[in-house]
Design a protein around this ligand. Structure first.
Ligand code: DGL
Length: 271
Protein backbone atom coordinates (compact mmCIF):
# COMPACT_ATOMS: atom_id res chain seq x y z
CA UNK A 1 0.00 0.00 0.00
CA UNK A 2 1.33 3.46 -0.95
CA UNK A 3 1.36 6.39 1.44
CA UNK A 4 3.30 9.63 1.03
CA UNK A 5 6.61 9.96 2.88
CA UNK A 6 5.38 12.66 5.25
CA UNK A 7 2.01 11.11 6.16
CA UNK A 8 2.02 8.67 9.06
CA UNK A 9 -0.38 5.78 8.47
CA UNK A 10 -3.33 5.81 10.87
CA UNK A 11 -4.39 2.42 12.20
CA UNK A 12 -7.89 1.82 13.60
CA UNK A 13 -7.99 -0.95 16.21
CA UNK A 14 -11.52 -2.14 16.87
CA UNK A 15 -13.06 -4.45 19.49
CA UNK A 16 -16.15 -4.65 21.69
CA UNK A 17 -14.00 -3.95 24.76
CA UNK A 18 -10.42 -3.98 25.96
CA UNK A 19 -9.41 -7.22 24.19
CA UNK A 20 -8.12 -5.42 21.12
CA UNK A 21 -5.50 -3.79 23.36
CA UNK A 22 -3.65 -7.14 23.39
CA UNK A 23 -3.43 -6.96 19.59
CA UNK A 24 -2.59 -3.24 19.61
CA UNK A 25 0.23 -3.95 22.07
CA UNK A 26 1.90 -6.32 19.62
CA UNK A 27 1.44 -3.99 16.64
CA UNK A 28 2.56 -0.86 18.50
CA UNK A 29 5.65 -2.59 19.95
CA UNK A 30 6.76 -3.44 16.41
CA UNK A 31 5.63 -0.25 14.69
CA UNK A 32 5.72 2.63 17.22
CA UNK A 33 6.09 5.05 14.31
CA UNK A 34 2.42 4.58 13.27
CA UNK A 35 -0.61 6.44 14.64
CA UNK A 36 -3.34 4.48 16.41
CA UNK A 37 -6.99 5.04 17.20
CA UNK A 38 -8.89 2.55 19.38
CA UNK A 39 -12.64 2.10 19.04
CA UNK A 40 -14.64 0.21 21.68
CA UNK A 41 -18.16 -0.89 20.85
CA UNK A 42 -19.01 -0.97 24.54
CA UNK A 43 -22.67 -0.35 23.75
CA UNK A 44 -23.01 -3.81 22.20
CA UNK A 45 -20.46 -5.63 24.42
CA UNK A 46 -20.22 -8.60 24.85
CA UNK A 47 -20.07 -9.59 21.19
CA UNK A 48 -19.98 -13.27 22.07
CA UNK A 49 -23.66 -13.09 23.02
CA UNK A 50 -24.90 -11.11 19.98
CA UNK A 51 -26.99 -12.42 17.05
CA UNK A 52 -24.92 -12.57 13.84
CA UNK A 53 -26.96 -10.08 11.79
CA UNK A 54 -26.89 -7.46 14.56
CA UNK A 55 -23.13 -7.84 14.84
CA UNK A 56 -22.54 -7.50 11.09
CA UNK A 57 -24.68 -4.36 10.78
CA UNK A 58 -23.17 -2.66 13.84
CA UNK A 59 -19.56 -3.29 12.95
CA UNK A 60 -19.96 -2.18 9.33
CA UNK A 61 -21.80 1.00 10.38
CA UNK A 62 -19.48 2.00 13.22
CA UNK A 63 -16.19 1.19 11.52
CA UNK A 64 -17.19 2.87 8.25
CA UNK A 65 -18.19 6.01 10.15
CA UNK A 66 -14.87 6.24 11.98
CA UNK A 67 -12.81 5.41 8.89
CA UNK A 68 -14.36 8.34 7.01
CA UNK A 69 -14.39 10.77 9.94
CA UNK A 70 -10.82 10.07 11.10
CA UNK A 71 -9.08 9.41 7.77
CA UNK A 72 -8.03 5.87 8.68
CA UNK A 73 -5.52 4.01 6.46
CA UNK A 74 -5.96 0.46 7.75
CA UNK A 75 -8.54 -1.28 9.94
CA UNK A 76 -7.73 -4.04 12.42
CA UNK A 77 -10.77 -5.97 13.58
CA UNK A 78 -9.06 -7.02 16.81
CA UNK A 79 -11.87 -9.37 17.75
CA UNK A 80 -12.26 -13.02 16.79
CA UNK A 81 -16.02 -12.98 17.33
CA UNK A 82 -16.46 -10.18 14.78
CA UNK A 83 -13.70 -11.28 12.37
CA UNK A 84 -15.14 -14.76 11.91
CA UNK A 85 -18.24 -13.18 10.39
CA UNK A 86 -17.93 -9.51 9.31
CA UNK A 87 -14.71 -9.33 7.30
CA UNK A 88 -16.26 -9.99 3.84
CA UNK A 89 -18.95 -7.34 4.51
CA UNK A 90 -16.42 -4.74 5.64
CA UNK A 91 -14.09 -5.42 2.74
CA UNK A 92 -16.99 -4.89 0.34
CA UNK A 93 -17.82 -1.53 1.95
CA UNK A 94 -14.35 -0.03 2.57
CA UNK A 95 -11.64 0.75 0.05
CA UNK A 96 -8.77 0.46 2.56
CA UNK A 97 -7.16 -2.76 3.89
CA UNK A 98 -9.05 -4.62 6.62
CA UNK A 99 -7.08 -7.10 8.72
CA UNK A 100 -8.87 -9.52 11.04
CA UNK A 101 -7.95 -11.95 13.77
CA UNK A 102 -9.07 -15.58 13.86
CA UNK A 103 -8.14 -18.42 16.24
CA UNK A 104 -4.55 -19.63 15.74
CA UNK A 105 -5.50 -23.27 15.05
CA UNK A 106 -2.83 -23.79 12.38
CA UNK A 107 0.27 -23.05 14.54
CA UNK A 108 -1.34 -24.89 17.46
CA UNK A 109 -1.82 -28.03 15.37
CA UNK A 110 1.83 -27.90 14.30
CA UNK A 111 2.89 -27.89 17.98
CA UNK A 112 0.45 -30.20 19.73
CA UNK A 113 1.26 -33.85 20.48
CA UNK A 114 -1.75 -34.46 22.72
CA UNK A 115 -4.81 -32.24 22.21
CA UNK A 116 -5.56 -28.56 21.64
CA UNK A 117 -7.89 -26.47 23.78
CA UNK A 118 -9.63 -23.66 21.92
CA UNK A 119 -10.83 -21.03 24.39
CA UNK A 120 -13.05 -18.38 22.82
CA UNK A 121 -16.40 -16.66 23.13
CA UNK A 122 -19.55 -18.82 22.89
CA UNK A 123 -20.20 -17.30 19.43
CA UNK A 124 -16.71 -18.02 18.05
CA UNK A 125 -16.93 -21.61 19.28
CA UNK A 126 -20.13 -22.10 17.26
CA UNK A 127 -19.09 -20.36 14.03
CA UNK A 128 -18.78 -22.44 10.83
CA UNK A 129 -15.61 -20.39 10.16
CA UNK A 130 -14.00 -21.86 13.29
CA UNK A 131 -15.08 -25.40 12.44
CA UNK A 132 -13.65 -25.00 8.94
CA UNK A 133 -10.33 -23.86 10.43
CA UNK A 134 -10.28 -26.96 12.62
CA UNK A 135 -11.06 -29.42 9.83
CA UNK A 136 -8.61 -27.68 7.49
CA UNK A 137 -5.63 -27.42 9.85
CA UNK A 138 -6.17 -29.83 12.72
CA UNK A 139 -7.64 -32.95 11.17
CA UNK A 140 -5.16 -35.17 13.08
CA UNK A 141 -5.15 -33.41 16.45
CA UNK A 142 -8.26 -33.25 18.59
CA UNK A 143 -9.51 -29.73 19.40
CA UNK A 144 -11.47 -29.39 22.63
CA UNK A 145 -13.78 -26.36 22.64
CA UNK A 146 -14.42 -24.05 25.57
CA UNK A 147 -16.66 -20.99 25.17
CA UNK A 148 -16.82 -18.46 28.00
CA UNK A 149 -18.13 -14.92 28.38
CA UNK A 150 -17.09 -14.85 32.03
CA UNK A 151 -13.43 -15.03 30.95
CA UNK A 152 -14.00 -11.96 28.74
CA UNK A 153 -15.40 -10.12 31.75
CA UNK A 154 -12.48 -11.16 33.93
CA UNK A 155 -10.09 -9.57 31.41
CA UNK A 156 -12.18 -6.37 31.45
CA UNK A 157 -12.02 -6.34 35.25
CA UNK A 158 -8.27 -6.97 35.31
CA UNK A 159 -7.64 -4.01 33.01
CA UNK A 160 -9.65 -1.88 35.43
CA UNK A 161 -7.29 -2.86 38.25
CA UNK A 162 -9.22 -5.75 39.83
CA UNK A 163 -7.37 -8.86 40.99
CA UNK A 164 -8.16 -11.99 39.01
CA UNK A 165 -9.88 -14.63 41.15
CA UNK A 166 -7.70 -17.68 40.48
CA UNK A 167 -10.24 -20.13 41.91
CA UNK A 168 -12.90 -18.83 39.57
CA UNK A 169 -10.46 -19.01 36.65
CA UNK A 170 -9.54 -22.59 37.61
CA UNK A 171 -13.21 -23.53 37.72
CA UNK A 172 -13.84 -21.94 34.29
CA UNK A 173 -10.87 -23.69 32.65
CA UNK A 174 -11.43 -27.02 34.48
CA UNK A 175 -12.76 -28.94 31.43
CA UNK A 176 -9.34 -28.48 29.78
CA UNK A 177 -6.96 -28.87 32.74
CA UNK A 178 -4.61 -31.90 32.28
CA UNK A 179 -6.27 -32.72 28.96
CA UNK A 180 -4.32 -30.53 26.49
CA UNK A 181 -0.75 -29.51 25.68
CA UNK A 182 -1.58 -26.38 23.62
CA UNK A 183 -4.22 -23.74 24.35
CA UNK A 184 -5.37 -21.32 21.66
CA UNK A 185 -6.47 -18.00 23.13
CA UNK A 186 -9.19 -17.48 20.53
CA UNK A 187 -10.52 -14.24 21.96
CA UNK A 188 -8.39 -11.12 22.06
CA UNK A 189 -9.37 -10.49 25.68
CA UNK A 190 -7.58 -13.64 26.84
CA UNK A 191 -3.92 -12.65 26.28
CA UNK A 192 -4.62 -10.00 28.94
CA UNK A 193 -5.05 -12.94 31.36
CA UNK A 194 -2.06 -14.88 30.04
CA UNK A 195 -0.03 -15.14 33.28
CA UNK A 196 -3.08 -16.32 35.22
CA UNK A 197 -4.17 -18.81 32.53
CA UNK A 198 -0.60 -20.16 32.38
CA UNK A 199 -0.63 -20.56 36.15
CA UNK A 200 -3.84 -22.61 36.00
CA UNK A 201 -2.68 -24.89 33.16
CA UNK A 202 0.94 -25.15 34.28
CA UNK A 203 4.09 -24.71 32.18
CA UNK A 204 3.45 -27.93 30.26
CA UNK A 205 0.77 -26.16 28.22
CA UNK A 206 1.80 -23.71 25.47
CA UNK A 207 -0.48 -20.69 25.07
CA UNK A 208 -0.90 -19.34 21.54
CA UNK A 209 -2.58 -16.18 20.33
CA UNK A 210 -2.71 -14.36 16.99
CA UNK A 211 -1.23 -11.00 18.07
CA UNK A 212 2.25 -11.31 16.62
CA UNK A 213 1.02 -12.71 13.29
CA UNK A 214 -1.39 -9.77 12.97
CA UNK A 215 1.38 -7.29 13.75
CA UNK A 216 3.55 -8.76 11.00
CA UNK A 217 0.61 -8.65 8.60
CA UNK A 218 0.10 -4.92 9.28
CA UNK A 219 3.77 -4.23 8.51
CA UNK A 220 3.53 -6.20 5.26
CA UNK A 221 0.34 -4.46 4.12
CA UNK A 222 1.59 -0.94 4.98
CA UNK A 223 5.13 -1.75 3.82
CA UNK A 224 6.73 -0.32 6.94
CA UNK A 225 9.82 -1.56 8.77
CA UNK A 226 9.77 -2.55 12.46
CA UNK A 227 11.25 0.13 14.75
CA UNK A 228 11.17 -1.99 17.87
CA UNK A 229 13.65 -0.08 20.00
CA UNK A 230 12.62 3.47 19.12
CA UNK A 231 10.74 5.66 21.62
CA UNK A 232 8.09 7.98 20.20
CA UNK A 233 6.23 9.09 23.37
CA UNK A 234 2.99 9.50 21.45
CA UNK A 235 -0.49 9.62 23.00
CA UNK A 236 -3.30 7.97 21.08
CA UNK A 237 -7.07 8.49 21.11
CA UNK A 238 -9.69 5.98 22.07
CA UNK A 239 -13.44 6.23 21.51
CA UNK A 240 -16.40 4.54 23.22
CA UNK A 241 -19.61 3.85 21.25
CA UNK A 242 -21.91 4.55 24.18
CA UNK A 243 -22.14 7.35 26.69
CA UNK A 244 -21.96 4.94 29.60
CA UNK A 245 -18.31 3.95 29.93
CA UNK A 246 -18.15 1.07 32.37
CA UNK A 247 -16.05 2.26 35.31
CA UNK A 248 -14.57 4.98 33.16
CA UNK A 249 -11.99 6.25 35.67
CA UNK A 250 -10.53 2.78 36.24
CA UNK A 251 -10.56 2.11 32.51
CA UNK A 252 -8.71 5.35 31.76
CA UNK A 253 -6.03 4.38 34.26
CA UNK A 254 -5.61 1.05 32.44
CA UNK A 255 -5.56 2.81 29.08
CA UNK A 256 -2.77 5.09 30.23
CA UNK A 257 -0.42 2.07 30.38
CA UNK A 258 -1.11 1.54 26.68
CA UNK A 259 -0.35 5.21 25.82
CA UNK A 260 -4.01 6.17 25.29
CA UNK A 261 -5.51 9.43 26.51
CA UNK A 262 -8.86 9.24 28.41
CA UNK A 263 -11.62 7.66 26.38
CA UNK A 264 -13.94 9.93 24.38
CA UNK A 265 -17.60 9.26 23.63
CA UNK A 266 -18.73 8.85 20.04
CA UNK A 267 -21.55 11.22 19.16
CA UNK A 268 -23.95 8.50 18.11
CA UNK A 269 -26.24 10.80 16.13
CA UNK A 270 -23.24 11.34 13.79
CA UNK A 271 -22.83 7.60 13.24
N1 DGL B 1 -12.49 -9.63 22.15
C1 DGL B 1 -13.48 -10.34 21.46
C2 DGL B 1 -12.99 -11.54 20.70
O1 DGL B 1 -11.84 -11.59 20.34
C3 DGL B 1 -14.90 -10.44 21.93
C4 DGL B 1 -15.30 -10.35 23.35
C5 DGL B 1 -16.80 -10.13 23.48
O2 DGL B 1 -17.23 -8.98 23.33
O3 DGL B 1 -17.52 -11.13 23.72
O4 DGL B 1 -13.72 -12.43 20.40
Amino acid sequence: MEHSANSIPKVLIFDSGVGGLSVYQQIQARYPQLDYLYLFDNEAYPYGELPEQVLIERVVKLVTHIVIKQGIDIVVIACNTASTIVLPHLRKTLNIPVVGVVPAIKPAAALSKKAIGLIATPATIKRPYTHNLISQFSADVEVKLLGSTRLVMMAEEKLRGETVNLNELKETLRPLVNKIDVAVLGCTHFPLLKPEIQQVFGLGVTLIDSGEAIAMRIGAVLQVEPQKNKQYNKKYYSIYSSAAPWEGAALNKGLEHFSFSPVEILQFQDA
